[in-house]
Structures are given as C-alpha cells and as structure tokens.
Write a protein that binds this ligand. Structure first.
Ligand code: TYM
Length: 345
C-alpha cells in the first residue's frame, strides 16, 4: 500500500515555489488511496539559527498554509517533527549507516554552508540523514517534492538499501521479509510545470525563501496589489511568447512565467502557449496577475485567519503527532531489535 510523506521547513517566507512545487501537490495526493503525512520540519529549521521567539509562529504559519491550501487534517496527518521523537532516534541510527563520502557530495550543504564551511553546524551537514529518517520512520513509498530535493531523496534510497543489506540476516531473524527489504526504496514524485520555480528577478536562480530581494518571490501572505506589482516587475525578454514549448529554450524568464501560469491553472506549458503564443508579455502578465491573485489572495487570507487562533492549530499538530507516532513507534521498535539493542520488556 502507498504511504506518502513530505515536509516543509518553518523558516519564514513561504513562497509560490513551495506552493506549486510541493504544497499544492500534497493536496492532490489526498485523492489517491494512500495515507498521507505532512510534516512541519522544525528540527531541520534549526540547522541554521532561528530566533526562538519567531520559530513557533513560523511553525504555525506552515501548518496554516497546509490547511488553507486544502490539506484535510482528518484524512491526512499534519504534525511538527519535534513532537515525534522517532525522527531523531532513527536519524542517529542512520548516521551510523550513511557514509561521509555520500554526505560530502550533497550540493545543498555546500550552498547553505557557503565559504565558511568550518563554521557550519553538524546538523546542517547531517540534514539529509534526518530527512531519510523522516521518510523511513513511516516506511513511506512516495515523497512529493520540488526538484531541489532530488539528491536528498537519492541519499534516502541509498540509506534504505544499505540498512537492508547490512542487517539482512537480522531482518529475517526478526520475522521480516528480507527479500523485499525492511525499508522500502522510496519513489520521489518530482514533476509538473512547477518542479523548479525560478526567481522573478533572474530566471537562472531558484525562487527561494532566503533571496535578499523580496521582489524575487511571491510570498503566500502577499496582498493582491503586491502580487500584481511583483508580476508586472518580473524580468522578461523583449520577444513575444512562442507558440510551442521548444521556443522557450534559452528564455529562462519566459519559461518560468509560462510554467507558473500552467501550474496555477493545472494545465501543461503547451496548453498555455496554445492560448498565448504570439502574445506580448504585457498581455500575458495581466492574465497571470489575475490567475495568481485569484488563487493566492484567498489562500493568504485563510492563512492569516488560521494563525490568529494558535490554540486550534496547536490542537491539530498535537493530534497529528499522536497519529504519526502510532505509525513510527512500531518501526523504531523493529529497528532497535534488528540493530541488536537490549530492550525494556
Ligand atoms: P523546503 O522547506 O526548502 O521546501 C519545501 C518544499 O518546497 C519545494 N520548493 C520548491 N519547488 C519548486 N520551486 C522552488 N523554487 C522551490 N523551493 C522549494 C521543495 O522542493 C520542498 O518540496 N528538505 C526539505 C524538507 C524536508 C523533507 C523531508 C521533504 C525535510 N524532511 C522529508 C520531503 C521529505 C526542504 O528543505 O524543503
């Protein structure tokens, strides 16, 4: 049976990339006959220093974004990572499975640590191992994410495979099917027209929470007039839109805006170009503003309404944590037996 897991960091400035590349797709996954778990990964957030006074608000804001986007907390499990201790426990065991050489290849660490690598936290380095633990504590089979998480999901697969191999005898001795492996080899779900939403100021850079320019991204809490202004200011080239996708090659800004339009409208780039091929950007941007505002303005105001009642959000997170733990605890019990730990009776 399918089990879907994904996570979002509560590091502020949730943006259109997070929505189209991830959260909107989380909502779509609920239509499948699968248990879905959506996690606010607060332990990942602190791999870079977070202001404690702000972090709680950020955790509630990501939760609010999930709910406002249409994730149903009864059908799916919505929770924050730190309330389920199995994530950290499994991460430690995986730290002893993953190899230094594997982590040394992680490009996100290199980007986030910057030049002063000696001064990066150990947590930032081990970040992808915790991510593997998030996924495999539930033995998740499918993980919807944006393209920037691809390398981390490959590492998750490597860790699962190595654990299954290293402990294969013990896995069978404890009554699990060693053939299919104790941990599944998780399938990343990366795709659609918005797998990689780019900056509105530079079509070769990813839209990101940490870009110094607020005009580079549309935040989920931006007001309608801000959204409109940012789209109108978005970088473009002087040519009209092409009538076929092939014509977007070498035009990163045009490609990005067409991709955003397609994802907001749930159609392909081809379909967008069928309607707008030959159009000037001024006309296309007007249509994009209308579409973006129509989708995002209600989302943003619902998020604001939800965060104004932290008691209700916190109750949803507590309920989700309890249900998540009920799935993760038996996995950890089995893992501890497999590894050979002495257990309390
Ligand atoms: P985070 O918090 O950086 O981003 C959350 C989700 O948004 C996607 N995303 C984008 N998609 C398209 N275009 C963009 N410009 C863009 N920017 C971000 C990300 O790919 C992600 O899906 N490591 C993860 C969080 C995590 C996780 C997990 C995910 C922790 N444990 C287990 C899946 C499974 C992260 O930093 O996401």
């Amino acid at each position: 049976k399918e089990l879907v897991f994904s996570g979002v960091q509560p590091t502020g400035n949730l943006h259109l990339g997070n929505y189209l590349g991830a959260i909107k797709r989380f909502v779509d996954m609920q239509a499948r006959d699968a248990q879905c778990l959506y996690c606010v990964v607060d332990m990942h957030a602190i791999t870079l220093w977070q202001d404690p006074a702000a972090l709680k608000g950020q955790i509630r804001e990501v939760t609010a974004a999930f709910l406002a986007a249409g994730i149903d907390p009864k059908r799916s499990i919505v929770f924050n990572q730190s309330q389920v201790p199995q994530h950290a426990e499994l991460a430690w065991i995986f730290n002893c499975v993953a190899r230094l050489g594997w982590l040394n290849r992680m490009t996100q660490f290199k980007d986030k640590a910057g030049k002063d690598r000696e001064n990066a936290s150990i947590g930032l380095y081990a970040y992808p191992v915790l991510m593997a633990a998030d996924i495999l504590a539930y033995r998740a089979t499918h993980v919807p994410v944006g393209e920037d998480q691809k390398q981390h999901l490959e590492l998750t697969r490597d860790i699962a495979q190595k654990f299954n191999n290293d402990f294969s005898e013990s896995i069978s001795a404890h009554g699990h099917d060693a053939g299919s492996g104790f941990f599944p080899i998780t399938e990343p779900l990366i795709g659609g027209p918005a797998a990689r939403v780019m900056s509105l100021r530079d079509g070769t850079k990813k839209m990101s929470k940490s870009d110094a320019s607020d005009n580079s991204r549309i935040n989920l809490t931006d007001e309608a007039d801000t959204i409109a202004a940012k789209v109108r200011k978005a970088k473009t080239d002087p040519d009209a839109l092409p009538s076929e996708v092939a014509g977007l090659a070498g035009r990163p800004e045009a490609d990005n805006l067409v991709g955003i339009f397609a994802a907001l409208k749930d159609v392909s780039r081809d379909e967008v170009l069928r309607d707008y091929g030959g159009a000037q950007f001024s006309a296309f941007k007007s249509a994009l503003v209308e579409l973006a505002v129509e989708t995002l303005a209600p989302l943003g105001s619902e998020m604001k309404r939800l965060v104004s009642d932290p008691v209700e959000i916190d109750a949803i997170l507590a309920d989700g944590a309890e249900r998540a733990e009920a799935i993760a605890a038996p996995t950890l019990d089995a893992v501890k037996d497999i590894v050979g730990f002495v257990r309390r009776g």
